[in-house]
Design a binder for this molecule. Sequence first.
Ligand code: NAG
Ligand code: NAG
Ligand code: NAG
Ligand code: NAG
Ligand code: NAG
Ligand code: NAG
Ligand code: ZN
Length: 513
Amino acid sequence: MLLTGQIKWSALMLAMVISSLCLALPLDKDRKALIRKEEMLQIGGKLLLTKQEELANEKLMALKNAEIAQAMKTSQFPPSMHFFRAKKLIEESKVFHVLKKMPKGAALHLHDFGILSVDWLVRNVTYRPHCYLCFTPRGNLQFKFADPAPPTPKPEDCSEWILLKKYRGQLQNVTEFDNSLLKNLTLVVDNPELAYSDQAIIWARFENIFITVAGLVHYAPVFREYFARGLQEFYEDNVQYLELRATLFPVYELNGKTHDKEWSLKTYQEVAQKFAKDHPDFIGARIIYSYHRRKNVTYIAESVQAAMKLRVKFPETMAGFDLVGQEDKGHSLWELKEALILPTTQGFDLPYFFHAGETDWQGTSIDENVLDALILNTTRIGHGFALSRHPVAKNISLNRDIPIEVCPISNQVLQLVSDLRNHPAASLMSSGHPMVISSDDPSIFGAKGLSYDFYEVFMGIAGVKADLRILKQLTLNSIKYSSLSADKKQTTKEIWQKKWDKFVHDLAEGKKL
Ligand SMILES: *[C@@H]1O[C@H](CO)[C@@H](O)[C@H](O)[C@H]1NC(C)=O
Ligand SMILES: *[C@@H]1O[C@H](CO)[C@@H](O)[C@H](O)[C@H]1NC(C)=O
Ligand SMILES: *[C@@H]1O[C@H](CO)[C@@H](O)[C@H](O)[C@H]1NC(C)=O
Ligand SMILES: *[C@@H]1O[C@H](CO)[C@@H](O)[C@H](O)[C@H]1NC(C)=O
Ligand SMILES: *[C@@H]1O[C@H](CO)[C@@H](O)[C@H](O)[C@H]1NC(C)=O
Ligand SMILES: *[C@@H]1O[C@H](CO)[C@@H](O)[C@H](O)[C@H]1NC(C)=O
Ligand SMILES: [Zn+2]
């Protein structure tokens, strides 16, 4: 009796469930509409793909889905791993090989001496005649070329200068030494969590690398060649144009004579123009003069004045001004406002490209740099890592179409975020916020060009469903948000389009990539 009662009860329940399933039909429609609406909001969501692009997209998504399925099985998903460990896996990825072939438009957030793989510096530059080195008490190195010797002045806080050729001659194992030099020029280590216990420590190492590199790359012949080779590396990674934050420190000759900022800017211009001439499918480079944010307002004011002068003298190459160095340790933009409003008060147009909000410290004056950057009419926001926590600033950035420059690997290596699926740009991407992707200092992070960062975005930050449309839009964004004139943007877009069509064709046809 009891049993039949129970069965009857279950039957009734079942009937109810089934009837609610039938009722679910309109719900299903609502759900689809919601999903569609969200898909449309994502970056690239409104792009209509051509037939060929649809085909290419199917191929690409098959590769992506297979890699994600595999990652779920093995629990080894590169975007959620530290880049130093993920790099090898990324290089084995078929999606990565597609991304390498993809024409990526412009790289808009890069720094002068982080754009070229360090091998050449060690294997060629340090083997040139008249190269000296010294050791600091903390185990760092400095370099200098000089003839007559020894280089002057004697370095502060470093040993006597030692001729590198002589030093190598006394070593048991030169290969081992050269490998240690390579290590001095990047942050790459086997166990980054152990080696760099916090942001202050990794930033100290990071800034030390720039000091070590400085003696090599500020030697005039190396300065030229470094930049040319950097352009080549980006060109080979299918980038069509780049903007470089450059400190324009004095470049020196063998006899100790030094050159000023104008010389450096002129050299950048000459090298970029020659490269573009030799490579008609490359547009060139522009420079954003950058000064250290730890300097006091007097110096910043001087550097702003210098920037204005350079802009008059090199209108084609000089794009604007920025402040660099660890934000958390520097002055906030607001503290420097007297220097930074100088151009406006003088009726001068000096575009700003401020790094802002490269911090985890919500609520500090540094975190508020994103607001200040907007108040100071920045053209783009470098990183803007903190932007998503500022609804009003986010709104202004969106409404005024001021993009953030997202550099995923940099943010991970410098410890703002560990699993890149949690990168704050994820929510901004899903709501179509203006942004571009860049790589900051790829050589120092052990990366190269732009493809590794695109991989992290495409596989990790943008989510599982993100497809060819987001890639296309991000690439178009890089041209749109560049500092190029309308004419040059048009030319860049035409060059890009040709390459894009070929890329899409090859991908759709399943050509070996
Ligand atoms: C460095 O490379 C240049 C070519 O760019 C070559 O001429 C030179 O011999 C090389 N120097 C050394 C020391 O390897
Ligand atoms: C020199 O060091 C390298 C790298 O550590 C090692 O592979 C090589 O065997 C060493 N050569 C000699 C002669 O010890
Ligand atoms: C830099 O090179 C020196 C000299 O070989 C070495 O002692 C030191 O360990 C290197 N530093 C790093 C971070 O690898
Ligand atoms: C900035 O530093 C320089 C050199 O130390 C000094 O002469 C100047 O007065 C400082 N400016 C301010 C505003 O502190
Ligand atoms: C920013 O731009 C607005 C509108 O063009 C202008 O009124 C304002 O003075 C500018 N502010 C600064 C600090 O340049
Ligand atoms: C954002 O901007 C829109 C207009 O584009 C406005 O309606 C909304 O209130 C703003 N939200 C915030 C938080 O400022
Ligand atoms: Zn940067």
